[in-house]
Design a protein around this ligand. Structure first.
Ligand code: SF4
Ligand code: SF4
Length: 135
């Protein structure tokens, strides 16, 4: 039986589908996205698992997951998907929804002073804030 995201009663899932413009129900869990993901080992749900959570409408697990924050937006998963699903776009949609709710992946104030003093390139720090916080 084909799983249809349209049958899942979850506002979060509907918004992720709308923002990403992807037919998430088309995923048949082949795992090719996860197999090529350079960040998979640091994710609590590898990309195919995260897609499954969306298919199931598992809102609390989706919100708890570090997966969309860890995603590098490298698009490897997107080009590998045999169903033509833009998984990177789905990750971005999930991250955006969290950020719009003023959820941050890390507490900016807790950023160690030592880290700030390590002479990191400003563009790296700015990119990190843009990707991981709602600032
Ligand atoms: S590659 Fe595509 S079809 Fe395969 S598990 Fe990932 S999202 Fe689903
Ligand atoms: S875009 Fe994100 S989820 Fe996809 S392969 Fe790259 S890091 Fe992994």
């Amino acid at each position: 039986m084909e799983i249809s995201v349209k049958k899942v009663h979850s506002d979060l899932v509907k918004k992720i589908s709308q923002i990403s413009g992807q037919n998430i129900g088309a995923c048949y869990q082949c795992g090719k996205c996860s197999a090529g993901c350079p960040s998979a080992e640091r994710m609590d749900n590898i990309p195919s698992q995260f897609i499954k959570l969306i298919q199931l409408g598992a809102e609390s697990e989706i919100k708890r997951s570090n997966t969309p924050w860890i995603c590098l937006t490298c698009f490897i998963c997107t080009v590998r998907c045999p169903k033509g699903i833009d998984i990177a776009g789905i990750m971005e949609a999930a991250r955006l929804l969290e950020a719009r709710s003023n959820v941050d992946y890390f507490e900016v104030r807790s950023l160690a002073q030592a880290l700030l003093e390590e002479n990191l390139p400003p563009i790296a720090v700015v990119s990190c804030f843009r990707k991981h916080t709602s600032i």
